[in-house]
Design a protein around this ligand. Structure first.
Ligand SMILES: Cc1cc2nc3c(=O)[nH]c(=O)nc-3n(C[C@H](O)[C@H](O)[C@H](O)COP(=O)(O)OP(=O)(O)OC[C@H]3O[C@@H](n4cnc5c(N)ncnc54)[C@H](O)[C@@H]3O)c2cc1C
Length: 443
């Protein structure tokens, strides 16, 4: 059998794929794999661009472990602690939370991933005060190489907790994840088109004065699309079962902007650029101005997550926030000099410093620069050039996106790297949960 990821940038031949439906079946599947002398990788929605989930051993697909187990109140914060099966997809989780008047504190661009896959790779959204999904994990259950189930949290097996809440599944298979949710909220979304020079000149203000700020920059274009989202109280008719919540935005506009311009239109732009590279700069200039400015209010998860139907490849680095303007100017300079055919936008996001051992935002305020390329076009030269620019400022690659870094480089970027390696060795001394990617990035 062949496994491939969403971006078709990784594939593998697992000896078998197992879909456990219970904790016992999951433990049995791990034990059986070890008895047969195979390695084991868990897989979520296969949405990582890196070969993080690839295995020639046993592939454990947790698509049947999606139940809601518990909702409790955290005495410390008053927030809800929600325990779910690790395979639940984010769109299922968002809906389930909305039905209970709850929400994720922050989310990335899409909701197709599993919660386990998203936290294990450090999936993040944007917002100078709102960290990645793994920063909201409060407890986990982890299945070890002997099939034993260990509960961990900041007070129970704290080292295993630290290494497992963002650890590429290298310490074991997550079977449940406990997330701290927040009361449901709406976002007032302002989408605008602004000159790049103004955005770069006023970047700190734009980022710090907003709850969630990001921008998309089509290569060499002089205007960028800015997205500024402000947290507001949930409207009563936005709560409850998630149907009808798009009422806040005209259905026609949503279709035109999200589907025709961002998905269908983007596909058309990219197909044209693939066939006629000479027109790419003009297409990019057109695409960067095509979205009309608009403001609307809708439930947080509907504003933050959108369909991405155009297939692409991506590398993304976390860079110290203070270096992002220089980094962007260098990438822009490279694109202008080389006239590389890139009809896909850069995406720039922001995050606070985090304390998770392997968070790409560990210990520093961070800007994320995502470099994307249409899947039918060559990417290697562009991604290599961007990586050189990122690594010159101590950039850290997203664990779930394409990059060429190895353990030697990463050990220098993460002050707690040795702690992670120690816990991994204790949890999985024989490398049952390893694959070629974990060998490269963790040694
Ligand atoms: C279109 C698109 C948009 C994206 N947008 C964003 C974004 O906005 N922000 C961002 O940060 N990232 C983004 N990503 C990247 C994506 O969020 C991550 O790669 C994420 O890991 C994918 O989740 P998944 O469920 O598909 O995990 P997979 O790719 O299936 O697995 C990822 C890793 O998690 C491990 N894993 C999965 N399940 C378990 C488990 N139960 N126990 C232990 N380990 C497990 C796997 O072994 C693997 O190492 C995007 C990707 C795509 C394709």
């Amino acid at each position: 059998m062949i496994w491939t990821n969403w971006a078709r940038s990784a594939s593998a031949h697992p000896v078998r794929q197992v879909h456990p439906a219970t904790q016992e079946e999951l433990s049995d599947a791990v034990r059986q794999a070890v008895r047969d002398g195979h390695t084991v990788r868990a897989v979520g929605a296969s949405h990582s661009f890196s070969p993080a989930a690839a295995t020639d051993g046993v592939l454990l697909d947790l698509d049947r472990l999606t139940a809601l187990h518990r909702v409790e109140r955290d005495p410390a914060t008053g927030n809800a602690l929600v325990t779910v099966g690790a395979g639940i997809r984010l769109h299922q989780l968002n809906r389930l939370l909305a039905e209970r008047g709850l929400a994720m504190q922050n989310l990335g661009d899409i909701d197709r991933q599993s919660i386990a896959g998203a936290v294990s790779t450090g999936t993040h959204g944007t917002g100078a005060r709102f960290g990645g999904l793994a920063s909201r994990v409060r407890a986990l259950t982890v299945v070890g190489p002997d099939g034993a189930v260990t509960r961990c949290s900041p007070t129970e097996n704290p080292d295993l907790f630290e290494a497992s809440r963002l650890g590429l599944g290298a310490t074991g298979v997550l079977s449940t994840v406990t997330i701290e949710a927040v009361p449901a909220f709406d976002l007032r979304a302002e989408e605008d088109v602004q000159p790049i020079d103004r955005v770069l000149a006023e970047l700190d203000d734009l980022v710090d004065s907003a709850d969630h700020f990001e921008f998309f920059w089509f290569p060499t274009a002089r205007r960028v699309q800015t997205l500024t989202n402000t947290r507001v109280e949930a409207r009563p008719d936005h709560g409850g079962p998630a149907r009808g919540v798009r009422r806040a935005v005209s259905a026609v506009r949503t279709f035109v902007d999200a589907e025709v311009l961002s998905n269908g239109g983007l596909e058309l732009v990219n197909r044209t650029a693939t066939a006629f590279p000479a027109v790419t700069p003009r297409l990019n200039a057109f695409a960067s101005g095509a979205l009309r400015p608009r403001t609307y209010t809708a439930p947080s998860y509907q504003v933050l997550c959108n369909p991405r139907r155009v297939r692409f490849r991506e590398t993304e680095y976390a860079v110290p926030r203070e270096s992002v303007v220089d980094v962007l100017r260098e990438i822009d300079g490279w694109l202008r000099r080389t006239r590389e055919n890139v009809p896909f936008p850069l995406e720039i996001r922001f995050a606070p410093a985090e304390d998770l051992w392997l968070s790409t935002a560990h210990g520093r305020e961070t800007a994320y620069v995502a470099v994307q390329q249409y899947w039918r076009l060559p990417y290697a030269r562009y991604f290599d050039a961007a990586e050189e620019i990122f690594t010159a400022v101590g950039g850290r690659p997203h664990w779930g996106k394409m990059h060429t870094r190895d353990a030697a480089y990463l050990a220098e970027q993460y002050p707690r790297f040795a702690d992670f390696q120690r816990v991994r060795k204790e949890a999985d001394p024989d490398g049952v949960f390893a694959n070629a990617y974990t060998h490269r990035v963790f040694g």
